[in-house]
Design a protein around this ligand. Structure first.
Ligand code: ATP
Ligand code: MG
Ligand code: MG
Ligand code: MG
Length: 439
């Protein structure tokens, strides 16, 4: 993409309404624009990041054997009356009446809708296990929408639902989700720690939240610092292997790590003092096993091997897709701007032309830009008539992991500069070597 033809409305001033760094940087980098309280448009740069996050979520869910689909944002109140949650959900639910005076709502989550789909088609244990998921916009009329996309009212969530014949099988689904989430967050350059949490309005007592440690996080967390040494890394995993998935859960939940709702001072005190930590965290996901909480009232039953009708065991598993864009910035930035991890960066590299209009420099930039595109790097070429300082500031702000800087002086000796955003480390090399390094 040529920056002269792109739509990147970078702000010079720091917006006064933004209280935390990710919100400020998303506004300044032209990623989002507030449409109304807690509701945002995703401008091109923000949309690219959001799409990359979504893609990683899709890939890891499908790797775990979970099946993508898409349910609507607007739901009928009737299903929520069946589960009993229409009244329970309270003011967070945006209720709508259509022209025929039917009660509708903008879905805050999808347990009812998916259970209705399941019961309409599945009648036998032979169709199990089954996990369906989608990535869809949700609406929750949060009392205090704030921090930009971190606590929006409209936000994008991946929510998945498992259907299993027995509790044991459903717990395997739970463990599978835990493993897939560890992989998902690590691919985004994040450490998200599974912590024992509270069921909340969705219910259930088997649940973990995934938290990214950050001072601006809204959750209070307590943990054994030894847990931060754990990495899933690129180890192989067989998602059908019950013992293997359980082993990962045991490993990642073997240390004390809890949110304030489940915090236990006595247990916490058993950890050696130098490893006891209390901190803030951002909830980027949560997994639940809730048994037959919805299948029983809604009649989602199957016949088992003996021909008896049994309610299926379910769980639901969410990832805060749009919140993650903010959480990644909270975890990765400096005073100059965002530092995107490679996995989610909107462009693979920036190309900065130091002397726009100088024929030789323009030609060299065009050449490297074409080669980077051909190599699949997806470069952003700053070809504007701007001072070098302002081009650098824009590149630093939008945080692409690599910058190739090209000017007449270097070109005289056949060199360009390659700079790593994270460290500022710069090397001089030939244009072809720069392309080879980035490809
Ligand atoms: P929170 O405690 O932050 O209100 P939640 O526990 O109510 O979140 P869940 O029902 O567990 O949220 O939804 C799954 C995921 O969706 C959360 O882990 C979070 O990452 C994301 N999420 C929830 N509410 C919002 C919101 N208002 N804005 C952006 N993301 C959200
Ligand atoms: Mg909430
Ligand atoms: Mg929560
Ligand atoms: Mg939650």
């Amino acid at each position: 993409m040529r920056l002269s033809r792109y739509f990147l409305p970078v702000l010079k001033e720091t917006p006064a309404e933004a209280q935390i760094v990710s919100h400020r940087l998303m506004l300044r980098a032209g990623m989002i624009r507030q449409a109304s309280a807690g509701i945002y448009s995703w401008l091109p740069l923000g949309f690219k990041v959001l799409s990359r996050i979504e893609r990683i979520v899709h890939e890891e869910q499908q790797r775990a054997g979970h099946i993508p689909m898409l349910m609507p944002t607007i739901q009928s109140a009737d299903l929520w009356r069946e589960s009993g949650r229409y009244d329970d959900y309270g003011e967070e639910m945006l209720r709508i009446t259509d022209r025929h005076k039917r009660d509708m709502l903008y879905g805050p989550t999808n347990e009812e809708l998916i259970t209705d789909i399941f019961r309409s088609y599945v009648g036998s244990y032979k169709a199990l296990p089954l996990t369906l998921y989608h990535i869809q916009w949700k609406f929750r009329d949060e009392v205090r929408p704030r921090f930009g996309v971190m606590r929006g009212r409209e936000f994008l969530m991946k929510d998945g639902y498992n259907f299993d014949l027995t509790k044991e099988a459903a717990l395997h689904a739970y463990n599978r989700h835990l493993v897939s989430y560890l992989r998902t967050y690590e691919r985004m350059g994040l450490q998200a720690i599974p912590m024992r949490a509270d069921g909340g309005p969705i219910g259930g007592d088997y649940t973990h939240e995934f938290l990214v440690l950050a001072e601006t996080g809204e959750s209070e967390v307590f943990y054994d610092s030894a847990i931060t040494d754990l990495k899933f890394g690129d180890r192989a995993i067989d998602y059908d292997d019950i013992a293997e998935c359980r082993g990962v859960l045991e490993e990642f939940t073997s240390r004390y790590a809890r949110t304030d709702e489940t915090h236990d001072e006595a247990k916490f005190a058993e950890i050696p003092e130098e490893r006891r930590r209390s901190a803030r965290g951002i909830e980027v996901g949560q997994i639940f096993y809730f048994g037959t909480k919805y299948s029983e009232p809604m009649g989602a039953t199957v016949t088992d091997e003996t021909g008896a009708q049994v309610a299926v065991h379910m769980g639901s598993h969410g990832i805060g897709v749009s919140r993650l864009a903010g959480a990644i910035i909270e975890a990765s930035h400096d005073e100059k701007g965002i530092i995107w991890p490679e996995g989610v960066t909107p462009f693979g590299a920036g190309v900065v032309n130091l002397r726009q209009g100088d024929a030789a420099t323009d030609a060299a930039c065009d050449d490297i830009y074409t080669k980077l595109k051909a190599a699949g790097v997806d470069p952003l070429y700053d070809d504007r008539e701007e001072r070098a300082g302002s081009k650098f500031a824009t590149m630093d702000l939008i945080g692409l992991p690599w910058r190739v800087t090209i000017g007449p002086r270097g070109l005289k000796s056949g060199q360009v500069e390659l700079t790593r955003r994270k460290t500022g480390e710069t090397v001089e090399l030939s244009p072809d070597d720069a392309v080879a390094r980035l490809a």
